[in-house]
Design a protein around this ligand. Structure first.
Ligand SMILES: *[C@@H]1O[C@H](CO)[C@@H](O)[C@H](O)[C@H]1NC(C)=O
Ligand SMILES: *[C@@H]1O[C@H](CO)[C@@H](O)[C@H](O)[C@H]1NC(C)=O
Ligand SMILES: *[C@@H]1O[C@H](CO)[C@@H](O)[C@H](O)[C@H]1NC(C)=O
Ligand SMILES: *[C@@H]1O[C@H](CO)[C@@H](O)[C@H](O)[C@H]1NC(C)=O
Ligand SMILES: *[C@@H]1O[C@H](CO)[C@@H](O)[C@H](O)[C@H]1NC(C)=O
Ligand SMILES: *[C@@H]1O[C@H](CO)[C@@H](O)[C@H](O)[C@H]1NC(C)=O
Length: 511
């Protein structure tokens, strides 16, 4: 999912920065977690049409790097570590199922309680085996993303076995501190070209695992975060308070990686352990969030690869507390399953620009403005009858920085209908400049109100504020019932404020 030519031109510099924020209140009940913003090894082998031997050699180079982070984490008594999507396989842009096949392993099913480490049956599956051994050796839950192959045949009861006789899944795997496969989650919403090489499970996969430190985790990968399942089943029906989230997220100025992760944590009232690839700023952004508050985050602002590990103590959230913050309650999992079936999309349906989806690539409306000192303004932006509103007050504004209020109300890139309001810092006063990724700002909006005409009965509004302070949390000044930020006394420069709402629900769906 990454531009191969750019990737090949990078020189891999594996830098390690440990950010450890230690909770001083010893009475608190917590576990210790690590997430790695990891840049996969550069390819030194032909990535496409590789033999299994070459594919193993490449993938083991990444697992070797993982081992260093696991060892480092163990010195901080980490209980669970999470690695990103495509961290082991790399993102070489496979076009066919056969090309990715040498990179896949038959990952044991959870029900079989297999410890692949030192089990000869897994000698041909060195990734599964190595990760199992690392988890066991360092007494830590290890969560990583691999490719799973499940061989199949058609039968009288099912005829969904692919022509090549195998299901291929983009898979998040959890190994217990004993090295046992305790969680195996098949990515339920493939993105871009993934549909050409992987299968989606027939309904969204719902997977949780329990740990030796008595905390239960739900599992999710990348694009899944923008769909109602599996997250509603995990957060709302099962009351899961901890999620491991592995991703290769392509940043957009209306949905930066860390802010999307932070929103899930707020929405679910949950801890989110999120690991992204650190290859460059376009995809980077990892963190650990608790009920919407960033505990620690990592980001690679450069165009050269860097890997970092973030470690923190995570408070254990009582699962009997507020289930989540959704205004809409889905009552039982039977309904969820039928919704899931209804919303299932067919593989290969998605076509998109792998460089991401900037707002000038679809028909957004841009209202570009330049805030001045000591100003009170109201800006409107309207797209297909949907209006966004941004009112602000400033004190002193240094420099010349343009912003845009961007609105959108239409089908979003064939995925779903979406309503979007984004107020984003621009590189210049053009729509292209206001579609760019911006990672710094000087402009402080001292008081602001940000809202849109969302239909909250149909749309799930992801609410995000991205400032120069990577610990900022404005959810106490967010009203979820009206999808409005009303922020006073803000003293941090802003890169982006966004209300990004895919349509999840249907008219007359509740009966
Ligand atoms: C991989 O194999 C396909 C056909 O099997 C061929 O068209 C393609 O050129 C090959 N790619 C490389 C990089 O060898
Ligand atoms: C090793 O793996 C095989 C295949 O999954 C399984 O049948 C066997 O029970 C395992 N052996 C041990 C000692 O766990
Ligand atoms: C299974 O059946 C489907 C539908 O008829 C067909 O497309 C597919 O090729 C079959 N798979 C195998 C392995 O024969
Ligand atoms: C594990 O968690 C359950 C429910 O949250 C609790 O009842 C139990 O006492 C905990 N066990 C330990 C060993 O902490
Ligand atoms: C933008 O709108 C025009 C005119 O309605 C339409 O032809 C075009 O396909 C739209 N582009 C996108 C990316 O939706
Ligand atoms: C945009 O900026 C250029 C200079 O960078 C200026 O010449 C032009 O007038 C500006 N356009 C608007 C609409 O502000």
């Amino acid at each position: 999912m990454r531009d191969k030519l750019l990737l090949l031109s990078f020189i891999l510099t594996l830098t390690t920065i440990v950010k450890a924020s230690i909770d001083s209140s010893s009475a608190a009940s917590y576990y210790t977690a690590a997430v790695v913003d990891y840049a996969p090894s550069e390819f030194h082998i032909p990535p496409l049409n590789a033999t299994k031997e070459l594919a193993d050699e490449y993938m083991l180079s990444n697992v070797k790097n993982y081992a260093k982070y696991i060892e480092q984490a163990s010195k901080s008594h980490v209980d669970i570590i999470v690695f990103p999507e495509y961290g082991i396989i790399g993102g070489q842009g496979f076009q066919t199922r056969d090309q990715i096949y040498p990179y896949l392993e038959e990952i044991p099913n959870v029900i079989d309680q297999i410890i692949p480490c030192k089990n000869k049956s897994y000698n041909d599956y060195p990734i599964t085996q190595s990760l199992s051994c690392l988890a066991k050796q360092y007494n830590m839950v290890v969560v990583a993303v691999m490719g799973d192959v499940v061989y199949c045949t058609n039968s009288s009861s099912s005829s969904d076995c692919p022509e090549d006789g195998r299901f291929q899944y983009n898979t998040q795997v959890a190994f217990s501190n004993q090295g046992m496969v305790i969680g195996k989650y098949h990515k339920s919403h493939l993105y871009g070209n993934e549909g050409q090489v992987f299968n989606e499970p027939s309904v969204p996969d719902i997977v949780v695992f329990d740990t030796h430190f008595n905390v239960t985790f739900g599992m999710m990968i990348c694009f899944d975060i923008l769909f109602e399942q599996p997250q509603l089943e995990l957060l709302q029906v099962m009351g899961v308070k901890n999620i491991v989230y592995s991703t290769e997220w392509i940043n957009a100025n209306y949905a930066y990686a860390r802010q999307v992760q932070q929103y899930l944590s707020y929405f679910g009232g949950a801890n989110i352990l999120a690991s992204n690839v650190g290859t460059y700023s376009i995809t980077s952004g990892s963190g650990i969030f608790s009920s919407g508050t960033p505990l620690v985050t990592d980001f690679n602002p450069n165009l050269s690869p860097a890997s970092t590990i973030a470690i923190t103590k995570v408070p254990i959230i009582d699962s009997s507390t507020n289930k989540d913050r959704s205004p809409r309650i889905i009552k039982d999992s039977v309904e969820i399953q039928s919704l899931a079936a209804k919303y299932k999309m067919s593989p290969g349906r998605y076509t998109t620009n792998m460089q991401g989806v900037p707002p000038n690539s679809f028909n957004s409306t841009f209202e570009i403005f330049k805030p001045e000192s000591n100003q009170q303004e109201i800006i409107y932006s309207t797209n297909n009858g949907f209006q966004c509103k941004f009112s602000y007050e400033t004190l002193t504004i240094p420099g010349d920085q343009y912003f845009a209020l961007i609105s959108f109300n239409n089908n979003f890139n064939t995925f779903w209908d979406a309503q979007i309001c984004t107020m984003a810092a621009c590189l210049d006063n053009t729509t292209a400049g206001c579609s760019a990724l911006v990672f710094d700002s000087q402009t402080i909006f001292t008081n602001l109100v940000f809202s849109g005409d969302f239909d909250e009965t149909l749309y799930h509004v992801n609410a995000m504020v991205y400032t120069t302070n990577d610990k900022s949390d404005y959810y106490s000044q967010y009203d979820q019932t009206t999808s409005t930020f009303d922020i006073t006394g803000m003293n941090e420069p802003v890169m982006s404020i966004s209300l990004f709402a895919p349509q999840w629900y249907q008219v007359n769906e509740s009966n």
